[in-house]
Every structure is written in C-alpha cells, then in structure tokens.
Write a protein that binds this ligand. Structure first.
Ligand code: URA
Length: 255
C-alpha cells in the first residue's frame, strides 16, 4: 500500500466520516505506532505503520468480500425506504461500501456475495462470461425425460427469449441429505439447476414455461464459490484467501 492520510485511511475502513475521524483525533483516540495523532493529514502506510483507534489495531483493506446466507424476506439492494436489505444483515465496519453481486428474489435463499470490488462483480455478472450458478429448487410438477431434454436444449421464456442450455437434475432421492428446504410436500420434486445467465426471475420463468411452479429456491454456488454450510440463514463471513483466489482466477464457465 502507498501511504495515505490517516483520516482518509480511517474513513475508508469505516471508522467514520472524515469529520468524525477528525473529532476522534481531537479526542486523542487515534495512535500511529503508539504515538497520539495530532495532524489528520499525517501519512500512514499499512505495510509499515500500526494504526489504532481506542487501542484497537485497524488493518487497511481495499476490498472486502463477504458471503451471506440470504434468508427470505430481505431484498438484494443496498438501501430501501420500506424493506430490509441484505446490507442490514452485515456486521462489518465497511458495510456501507458493500453491494450485492447480482440479485436473488426476496423469497430466494442461499448464496449471495457482497463486495466493494466492482471489477470482480463485473467479471461474475457480465453476460459474456457465462458464469455458472447452481440452485436447488422445490418444484410443483413432474419432471420427465422430456422436461430434462427441454432444459438441455434451451427453454424459451414468456417474452420469447431463448435461454442457453441449462443442466437440470433430479435430486429427489437425496431428499433427506439435502437439508435445505425445511418443509415440503412429498409430491414436490427437488431439482438442481445450473444456468449461465441471469435474466429477471429466470429460474421461476423457465419452470413456468413448462407449466410448473417453483415453490422454493436456494442458490448453492456461483462460479467456484459454494455457500458455507455452517452459515445459517442471515449469517455471513468473509471469503477465505483460497475462495477468493479461485473466484478471481477460476474458469468462470466450467465449474
Ligand atoms: N431465478 C429466479 O427466478 N429467482 C432468483 O432469485 C434467482 C434466479
């Protein structure tokens, strides 16, 4: 990291606005290398200097990457006047800088990546990259070989859009092992579906196109990133170094 002003450093990591940080400096709460800071313009370098606020050491992070197990009832947005958003569920000093990478419907659960890295977000969402996303769904309908073939060759949506081939698999035999959906009727089928694009309500509309209804939808994977099964709904954690490397360098299509 090149050196930057200490007030800028601290506001970037979410300690407060520049004005709030200046107030903390006046209150003598900020130290660099153990010495009280007087000048908000003091240059610091995270590689060499130790910055602390009220005794807590603060590390500089340019980018943050958080996986959230999205519950139902929250929207994939940064702010909203009426609804709770996914950002409201995050507990991180830099949460105000985060945005969700793509959207899950309000009633969809599962993996949602949040970051402030616009480049990675673009890599994952660009229609040209064809990043694979795998979901589990609870379907009201009977999945026959003919239906599987339709998904394989490309479903045509209500607006005439021809979807790319999708991989649809029946998982009904593994119902017990798949502890994703808490309540479901015996007549509903559990499927996994992998798509490589992200049209509005795409999966629900794909099933509507074959006269079936998605009763529950859960995202399991995006690119190489798989939702940590130890996170319960509403919980989140930062990506590990390995997860991040794989996501950045991975072959986005062939996962
Ligand atoms: N497809 C949908 O229909 N909904 C989602 O939330 C994600 C994919």
């Amino acid at each position: 990291m090149t050196s930057i002003r200490v007030d800028k450093f601290l506001s970037h990591v979410g300690i407060g606005t520049r004005t709030e940080v200046k107030k903390l400096i006046k209150q003598k709460k900020i130290k660099v290398n153990g010495r009280i800071v007087i000048d908000p313009g003091l240059k610091v370098d995270d590689d060499k200097d130790q910055v602390s606020v009220n005794g807590d050491i603060i590390r500089y992070q340019e980018y943050i990457y958080i996986m959230l197990h999205k519950p139902k009832g929250v929207i994939s947005a940064t702010e909203d006047k009426k609804e709770r958003t996914v950002i409201d569920l995050i507990n991180h000093p830099m949460k105000s800088k985060l945005f969700p990478v793509g959207r899950l419907d309000k009633d969809t659960t599962g993996l949602l990546l949040l970051t402030n890295d616009g480049h990675l977000s673009h890599q994952l969402l660009s229609p040209k990259k064809h990043v694979a996303k795998t979901y589990y769904a609870l379907i009201d309908g009977h999945i026959t070989e003919e239906i599987l073939n339709k998904f394989r060759s490309g479903i045509v949506l209500d607006d005439g859009y021809a979807c790319m081939p999708a991989v649809l698999k029946l998982c009904s035999e593994g119902r017990k092992e798949l502890k994703i959906f808490k309540e479901w009727d015996k007549h509903l089928e559990i499927v996994s579906i992998t798509i490589r694009e992200g049209k509005f309500h795409q999966i629900k509309r794909m099933f509507e196109a074959v006269d079936m209804k998605v009763m529950e939808l859960y995202r399991h994977q995006m690119g190489s990133l798989i939702l940590d099964q130890s996170l319960v709904q509403g919980q989140s954690r930062e990506l590990s170094q390995i997860e991040l490397e794989e996501l950045k360098t991975g072959d986005m299509e062939n996962v």
